[in-house]
Write a protein that binds this ligand. Structure first.
Ligand code: SF4
Ligand code: SF4
Length: 400
């Protein structure tokens, strides 16, 4: 593939140039705080893999007007986009956005990893990341067809956006089943987009391809408007972040102002607060909570899940050493599971170690990507801890 030479001052390069030349060299203090929170650095112990190291290499490339080489591109994708570097950065460099911009540059330089091309092809061909038939989008509903029947494509104020992973992966189907069971328990009318639900566009956001993501955003917002939807419930933080943050970045604040996008934990907490929902059964288990990066550091959402857990009688939450904005990553973000599965599983195993130290029976979170990572990590490390999605705990505590 053709390699694009970085030309300082070219239009395409303007954002990166601004961030890398005008901001980073002046601001980055090379303090190294970001190195010891970066899961990719901790896995390799290579400074060239740390946020500080990558910034330094980039500056050198730009200074010498050299093209992005393949090995540097690889390093850029050896990153979970967990945001821990941005959180700790002493000089407040907006590193998350910065890595996204550089991934766009990597694409323009012809170095996107194979997995990104694969996902791109699948989404363009089939509107989902697995290249499966869109008719099978609601295959997860087979066990709850009595609840879902009549809700696909109907007009309703509440929509449930299922997401590709939960829709098509049998091991995650229980998340969607539990969610619609809860709607049913609360007597909430809802709609599911069915075949009109496409990939949310998250793979494009993390790979720095905004034009294709914009088309997806337009499609979803039009569909929601057509059905009279006011709020959308999500189990997947990646999908939630796409709707809640990225769509308005692409299409303007106006485009999303009539919608409320809420993660599952917030939906449960809202119903607890207004008295529609009450946990009465004793549920005597010791649990620990993992904050998904795309809800936590990316969107500053930490409290709803803990509010829900505190409302369940008998449940004891034991926090890990690193939680909330200091939480360690599960290893599954930023497409790392596809670009470097062995690194991803080692990062997951490290997080599992912290969970095990709490003595909890269950490790909980609300994210299908974290769930897949922890399933892999538990197998890799022969861990005794069990992973459960929040929806499962809620359904069990309510006997749904
Ligand atoms: S986003 Fe996470 S994995 Fe990527 S460079 Fe920052 S700390 Fe490292
Ligand atoms: S924490 Fe920020 S200032 Fe310090 S080395 Fe990392 S990027 Fe540079």
């Amino acid at each position: 593939m053709a390699v694009r030479v970085i030309t300082v001052g070219s239009q395409q390069f303007e954002n990166l140039r601004k961030a890398a030349l005008d901001i980073e060299p002046l601001i980055c203090a090379r303090c190294g705080f970001c190195t010891f929170v970066c899961p990719a650095y901790l896995d390799t112990l290579w400074d060239s893999q740390s946020p500080r190291g990558k910034l330094y290499q980039l500056r050198e490339l730009i200074k010498k007007k050299q093209p992005i080489p393949a090995d540097f591109a690889e390093r850029i994708f050896r990153c979970t986009l967990c945001g821990a570097c941005q959180e700790i950065c002493q000089t407040k460099i907006p590193l998350l956005h910065f890595w996204q911009i550089i991934r766009q540059e990597v694409n323009l330089a012809g170095h996107w990893p194979e997995i990104v091309h694969f996902l791109d092809k699948n989404i363009q061909q089939s509107q989902n990341i697995m290249d499966l038939d869109q008719e099978d989008r609601t295959i997860w509903a087979d066990m709850v067809d009595d609840i879902v029947e009549g809700h696909i494509g109907k007009a309703a104020a509440t929509a449930y956006f299922v997401g590709c992973n939960i829709s098509f992966k049998g091991s995650l189907a229980s998340i969607a089943e539990n969610t619609v069971k809860l709607f049913n328990h609360l007597d909430i009318d809802f709609t599911i987009l069915g075949e009109k639900e496409f990939c949310c566009g998250n793979p494009y956001f993390v790979a720095g391809e905004w034009d294709k993501a914009r088309e997806i955003a337009k499609h979803h917002l039009e569909e929601l408007k057509r059905l009279g939807v006011k709020r959308v419930v999500f189990n997947c933080p990646g999908c939630h972040r796409a709707f809640n943050e990225e769509y308005s970045h692409l299409l303007g604040e106006e485009s999303t102002k009539d919608f409320e996008f809420i993660p599952f934990s917030q939906f449960v907490a809202m119903n607890l607060r207004d008295g529609r929902l009450k946990f009465t059964k004793e549920y005597s288990h010791v649990v620990t909570w993992h904050d998904p990066c795309e809800l936590g550091r990316h969107q500053n959402i930490y409290d709803y899940s803990r509010e829900v857990l505190a409302a369940i009688p008998g449940l004891e939450l034991r926090e890990m050493k690193h939680t909330r904005n200091k939480s360690d990553c599960c290893g599954g973000g930023g497409l790392l599971k596809g670009t470097n599965p062995t690194m991803s599983v080692r990062i997951s195993a490290r997080r599992l170690e912290s969970a095990e130290k709490t003595g909890a029976e269950f490790l909980l979170s609300e994210c299908p990507s974290c769930m897949m990572s922890f399933f892999d990590g538990i197998e890799y490390k022969h861990s005794k801890i069990q992973f459960k999605d929040l929806s499962e705990i809620v359904a069990e505590a309510l006997d749904l």
